[in-house]
Design a protein around this ligand. Structure first.
Ligand code: V47
Ligand code: SF4
Length: 362
């Protein structure tokens, strides 16, 4: 049993300390923890659970970083390396406007999620052209694109400050940013996982700058590899502190590590760890409105159960997913609007189809 004082503290609206969060990770009372997180979630979201009709696009898997947990990336010239032209990206968006998955015709997506590798040759103007072309053809689709890692890279190749880079991307059509690239902030682990990647401190600085120029973002944490519970708590605390300053994060998404075809190998996260991590995230991140159970990584069924452990969002229809599926995802790649609403209803929640900014649609 977790100490009663932690439960009482949460119930009276108190904030968890590092030590208390760590105690919850080391505790076995999963159902008590889940009930507590669910009650906090219900207070924030009133029994609603969100999903979006969206599509993922990864413009290239060619990446100069080659993180050791990433099975998606390739080096230039390596077998399996690809790069999409802007025309091909537009075609993917056109095609999915007429078929989401194979079971549902003519669904209009409201968001495109674009992330990719750090390409050694693409100039900054290519990213601006990509955004502008999408906005011109699909003005109603919100563009959620580029992790803080990609923004840092673009500012270097473009010879501009992060603020100028973000403003230029926004002027070309960037609406908001996803939360990828955060991994685990603690330096020692981060250096083992992804020595070429920007530091945790830099990731946070870039998000702070994005928030300051009016770009909302998400935040993630990659868990279940070589990190400790202390490292996870440190990560959550740093996100909570930044959110206190800016209020610019929309959702937090714990990303369950997938080990196949990666350099570090290891094991899939367990279902119990997945639920615990969702619940503790909900409790620690008291200043985040939304905790996402990303069904691609958790699987359709664990993500549904996560709705009873503090999560209030399943993400979206996705349509095509490469990053997790390269690393052995066991989920499908697409769900229909009806599939998502069904999972939510069967968890006893009210499904709300949302746009990129959590406004209800339909
Ligand atoms: O940045 C890479 C992670 C991220 C693996 O913001 C891996 O709405 C697990 O950030 N096992 C991309 N994870 C996914 C992501 C995301 C997904 C859905 C919604 C949002 C959002 C963001 O996936 C990468 C990296 O942190 N990743 N390799 C792996 N083997
Ligand atoms: Fe590149 Fe991102 Fe994969 Fe790291 S996680 S190798 S930065 S694509």
């Amino acid at each position: 049993m977790a100490p009663d004082h932690i439960f009482e503290k949460i119930k009276s609206g108190g904030r968890l300390s590092k030590d208390e969060a760590l105690k919850l990770f080391n505790d076995d009372d999963l159902f008590g923890l889940g009930r507590l997180a669910a009650s906090v979630c219900d207070k924030k979201n009133g029994g609603n659970a969100y999903f979006i009709v969206n599509r993922h696009i990864n413009p290239t898997n060619i990446c100069v970083n080659r993180c050791k947990f990433c099975a998606f990336s390739r080096s230039k010239g390596e077998a399996g390396a690809y790069e999409l032209t802007i025309k091909e990206i537009i075609k993917k968006l056109k095609d999915c406007q007429s078929a989401v998955g194979s079971r549902q015709p003519a669904v209009k997506i409201s968001e495109v999620h674009i992330v990719g590798g750090l390409h050694p040759d693409w100039p900054f103007s290519h990213y601006l052209d990509m955004l502008a072309a999408i906005k011109e053809k699909f003005p109603a689709i919100s563009i959620k694109a580029f992790t803080a890692v990609e923004i840092d890279y673009m500012s270097k190749i473009g010879g501009m400050s992060v603020e100028e880079t973000l403003k230029a991307l926004k002027a070309s059509g960037l609406d908001l940013m996803p939360g990828g690239g955060a991994e685990i902030f603690v330096e020692g682990v981060r250096n083992k996982l992804c020595p070429e990647k920007i530091s945790g401190k830099r990731w946070l600085e870039i998000m702070e700058t994005a928030h300051s120029v009016g770009i909302k973002t998400n935040a993630t944490m990659l868990y279940g590899h070589i990190e400790t519970f202390e490292d996870r708590v440190d990560h959550l605390m740093r996100l909570r502190a930044l959110q206190d300053r800016t209020g610019g994060f929309q959702a937090f998404i714990p990303l369950a590590y997938h080990p196949k075809n990666t350099e570090i190998g290891g094991f899939y996260s367990s279902g119990i760890d997945d639920l615990k991590t969702i619940a503790i995230s909900r409790l620690v991140l008291d200043n985040f409105d939304h905790i996402k159970a990303y069904w691609i990584m958790l699987g359709e069924k664990v993500s549904q159960i996560a709705l009873l452990f503090g999560a209030d969002d399943l993400d979206g229809t996705i349509i095509e997913e490469k990053i997790t599926h390269s690393a052995g995802a066991m989920s499908g790649e697409a769900m229909t609007r009806d599939d998502m609403a069904h999972l939510i209803r069967r968890a006893g929640k009210t499904p709300i189809e949302r746009d990129a900014f959590y406004n209800p649609v339909n």
